[in-house]
Design a protein around this ligand. Structure first.
Ligand SMILES: O=C(O)CCC(=O)C(=O)O
Ligand SMILES: [Fe+2]
Length: 306
């Protein structure tokens, strides 16, 4: 794995942080001193202002991982809230939110569930509140333009993904893609964007989860368009990096970074993974509302990735 020089001591300012930033995880009771949430890259803490190390890491790699953005209680509260919204959507058999198809599936117990909620922030105070956390605004600096905003009403809003690997599940993986391609489907110039993930389940790389290719965010339009077949290709890449995250962690990736979600090798409960994403956008304001039509990428996500 080539973390663009960050793994090598002599190369890159952020190296020194590797141990100190992970230090609080040591000795937490795991056998052999092995922490399953340890990563080969440095992890950080998100405050009101980004540090130079954090900005440098992101610029080089196109992603960054912050520990413990929200606490376990908040995570539990949000999971409960999503279940209430799910109950409403399933009962009313909603097909789409602001034109974005809802992905339904079946849980381990045979119950119908929502596997991809779009604009969940528009259906609950608890979810809209979380986007008001001032620390999220500190991420604007990673784009650096004056008009950055949280995409509360744009793209897919705050998306809640629920992956589970069972015979009946409709969503256990997500093929290779970049998030910025969405601009092309929207008939717009590709603008810088960030995708901010708030993780709601523990997820280690041996259980599927997010895989990204560090450094693919600044390799030009050719890479962005043609490196993989969008949403169809699931093949592991030799340079891909899996993230070990704990519930409550926050990750950010550049809209042009190639990534996928690997299917868990396990089935049932152990494979469950819930994570939400909100975009940070800049440029022309393009809100969606109940009269909006699905874009090609929104259809693609809804029909692929079983
Ligand atoms: O589930 C994830 O971690 C990534 C989801 C994703 O890439 C997307 O919804 O565009
Ligand atoms: Fe994505």
């Amino acid at each position: 794995m080539d973390l663009n020089g960050l793994k090598h001591k002599h190369n890159g300012e952020v190296n020194g942080r590797h141990h100190s930033s992970n230090g609080h995880h040591n000795g937490n009771g795991h056998l052999n001193g092995k922490n399953p949430f340890q990563n080969s890259y440095p992890v950080f803490h998100l405050g009101e202002r980004l540090t130079e190390d954090q900005k440098n890491f992101f610029d080089r790699n196109g992603f960054i991982h912050f520990k413990n953005f929200i606490g376990r209680e908040k995570v539990t509260e949000l999971l409960k809230e999503a279940e209430a919204i799910q109950h409403d959507w399933v009962t009313n058999d909603y097909k789409a939110i602001n034109g974005v198809p809802i992905k339904y599936g079946t849980d381990v117990d045979g119950k119908k569930i929502v596997q991809r909620f779009a604009f969940i922030n528009q259906h609950s105070e608890k979810f809209s509140e979380i986007l008001k956390d001032s620390r999220i605004k500190s991420l604007f600096e990673l784009i650096g333009t004056a008009d950055c905003r949280i995409g509360e009403t744009e793209k897919d809003g705050l998306v809640f993904n629920h992956y589970i690997n069972t015979d009946e599940s409709n969503f256990s993986q997500l093929g290779w893609h970049t998030d910025a391609l969405r601009d092309i489907f929207q008939g717009q110039k590709i603008m810088p964007m960030l995708n901010v993930g708030i993780h709601l389940d523990n997820s280690t790389t041996d259980n599927g989860g997010l895989r990204l290719i560090p450094g693919t965010h600044n390799k030009g339009i050719g890479t962005m368009l043609f490196k993989k077949i969008y949403f169809i290709s699931h093949k592991p890449d030799k340079k891909e990096l899996g993230l070990n995250v704990e519930a409550g962690d926050l990750t950010v990736h550049d809209g042009r970074l190639w990534h996928r979600v690997a299917r868990s090798p396990f089935t049932g409960e152990k494979s469950r993974r819930r994570v939400m994403y909100v975009p940070i956008v800049t440029g022309k304001f393009t809100p969606r509302d109940k009269d909006s039509k699905p874009l090609l990428y929104q259809r693609l996500i809804s029909i692929t990735n079983r």
